[in-house]
Design a protein around this ligand. Structure first.
Ligand SMILES: [Fe+2]
Ligand SMILES: [Fe+2]
Length: 275
């Protein structure tokens, strides 16, 4: 395999890319402003190469929630990559027609010009995809999105770690609520063919990291700053380090006694060797 310029430099310098992955901020009711400041302090301290927000920025997609989310994102050091979650489509009386006809107008106005987006940096290529639908619950990819994703990943430099960000979980098999991706195994097989090594998602409000049968690392972040906590987990975010050798996922969870985020678990997965 011929190495790209970026990959050669990364290999030579053994550069480690740091991703700060938070999800399910849920500006609106049950938002924990104090914890949101702790998260922001941690981002500034970490100085990641990229901060990723994997959806559910708001609770009901209200304009004031979007304005609060925008103000918070403006305080995060750039670059920042965001995708929407199922809660980012308006859901309240008087907004249902808008939800059906223009579900992402508010997201596009306040957060980012496109719901599907990508970001390239030395040694890592990130694709963010909107997997939400106005009526259909769970995560869904259209054929156009699959084709777009495939083309985006083709642009990745040889040797780059390909990362997919979406809101709903692939680690599901229909067993857990709330709903995850439709057709998770077919999606994983496609991602394997495309050479994707890491998938980031949120939605469950539970931090879980595993490696799938296809060898893809699935890192799900908990809710970073909502009080809608589940299964005994506190607020959490994922700190991800990618080198030419391995992918490391550190789950950072809020300790209410010490009032700071502490390492809750650490997972290390060797990457396939670059020849
Ligand atoms: Fe959520
Ligand atoms: Fe969600």
């Amino acid at each position: 395999m011929k190495l790209s310029h970026y990959a050669t430099i990364a290999l030579f310098l053994n550069y480690v890319t740091t991703l700060f992955h938070l999800s399910d901020l849920h500006f609106g009711p049950k938002f924990n402003a104090h914890v949101s400041e702790l998260v922001l302090q941690d981002i500034c301290k970490t100085q990641p190469d990229l901060t990723i927000l994997s959806g559910d920025l708001t609770m009901r997609g209200r304009v004031e929630e979007y304005e609060q989310a925008r103000a918070y994102i403006d305080r995060i050091p750039k670059p920042v990559l965001t995708i929407p979650g199922n809660h980012d489509q308006p859901l309240y009386p008087g907004a249902m027609w808008e939800r059906i006809t223009t579900p992402w107008a508010r997201y596009i106005q306040h957060i980012h010009a496109a719901v599907d987006t990508s970001f390239e940096m030395p040694g890592v290529f990130v694709v963010g995809m909107n997997d939400n639908r106005p009526i259909l619950p769970g995560g869904f990819w259209s054929s156009e999105q699959r084709a777009w994703m495939e083309n985006e990943f083709k642009r990745a430099e040889c040797g780059a770690c390909k990362v997919l960000v979406m809101h709903h979980q692939l680690n599901w098999s229909g067993k857990r609520r709330p709903l995850g991706q439709w057709f998770p195994n077919a999606h994983l097989d496609l991602l394997k063919r495309l050479g994707v090594e890491l998938v980031l998602n949120g939605h469950m409000h539970i931090p879980i990291t595993i490696r799938s049968e296809q060898g893809i690392v699935l890192a799900q972040a908990g809710t970073s700053m909502s009080t809608r906590l589940r299964h005994g987990h506190y607020n959490a975010y994922n700190l991800i380090k990618i080198s030419t050798e391995e992918i490391q996922v550190q789950i950072m969870e809020h300790d209410p006694q010490r009032d700071k985020f502490l390492s809750h678990a650490e997972h290390v997965f060797p990457r396939e060797k670059i020849n």
